[in-house]
Design a binder for this molecule. Structure first.
Ligand SMILES: C[S@@+](CC[C@H](N)C(=O)[O-])C[C@H]1O[C@@H](n2cnc3c(N)ncnc32)[C@H](O)[C@@H]1O
Length: 272
């Protein structure tokens, strides 16, 4: 018998059953109701890999994206924010799709979750999940959806995975993402597949990876020595790019840390 249960028995003998119950009631009053451990989906709501498996999105399993999202989106966990995902899933199969939107809803308890798909996925709509029909290859369609949502804090492109569509979507929606927001492009492997409007040429400029690789130079635009270089919108508004297997995550922010080039290149710039 443990020391705790021996002590319990002794106190009970001294105060009697009624006294014991009174003591328990007093203890509950002081310490409040005993918190129940979460069960079911609530028990895994902090773990995106487990949520992805629970809701059966391929963001964990077929792909290994959930652990990267956990790392890059954790800081937004309890924010009241808007997340937009292009591509709800299920293609034209009736009643199929919505897995990732449900996953996001449970990971972000205070967020509004929006999805766009070329097919009608309105059956997925529920509290904090709203779907739109839209075509990511059409800037007007994307802009009108973005206007309905308002502030865009997180944008995820998991739609057609055709390079021209990925590029159009990025060019249309990235400027609308809030400063400090996160933009993700999934399944970048299709960039290398001619059958999916990609290219075998690793230097092809018009593929999704071609665009994304080009953006990395913009991170360092302040170091360029070309006279009168005019920084682009993405030069000025991307502060981080993270390349993973088939997934790229972009951090939006003011890119203006300054340069040491005038000190390092004295012959070019003269004395500082
Ligand atoms: C890979 S699934 C999305 C999976 C979902 N995000 C998940 O993780 O559970 C891709 C979806 O993109 C949609 N899609 C294809 N072309 C599109 C386009 N041009 N615009 C918008 N959605 C498109 C398809 O109908 C399909 O449902």
């Amino acid at each position: 018998m443990s020391a705790q249960s021996t002590a319990k028995k002794t106190v009970k003998r001294v105060v009697g059953e009624k006294g014991w119950q009174a003591l328990r009631r007093a203890k509950r009053k002081i310490s409040g109701p005993v918190a129940k451990s979460p069960t079911g989906v609530a028990a895994i709501s902090d773990d995106l890999c487990k949520l992805a498996q629970h809701f059966k999105t391929d963001k964990w399993g077929a792909h290994r994206y959930a652990k990267h999202y956990q790392h890059h989106l954790q800081h937004l966990k309890n924010d009241s924010m808007n997340l937009l995902e292009i591509g709800i899933g299920g293609y034209n199969r009736a009643g199929q799709g919505g897995a990732s939107l449900r996953m996001w809803k449970h990971f972000f308890p205070n967020a509004q979750i929006f999805g766009v798909d070329i097919e009608d996925k309105s059956f997925v709509d529920q509290d904090r999940i709203t779907t739109f029909i839209g075509d990511q290859s059409d800037p007007a369609s994307l802009t009108s959806i973005a206007e309905k949502i308002g502030t865009l804090d997180v944008i995820i492109d998991d739609g057609s995975h055709r390079s021209p569509h990925v590029i159009t979507t990025f060019e249309t929606l990235f400027p609308l993402l809030r400063d400090g927001g996160i933009y993700a492009v999934e399944d970048t492997q299709s960039s290398y597949w001619p059958e999916w409007m990609g290219s075998e040429d690793l230097n092809a400029p018009n593929t999704s990876m071609g665009l994304l690789k080009r953006l990395t130079d913009g991170l360092n635009y302040e170091e360029f020595v070309t006279e009168d270089y005019e920084p682009s919108y993405t030069d000025l508004n991307i502060v981080g790019m993270h390349f993973y297997h088939n997934l790229v995550i972009i951090e939006k922010g003011k890119n203006a840390e300054g340069s040491n080039k005038k000190n390092a290149l004295k012959a070019r710039y003269g004395k500082a």
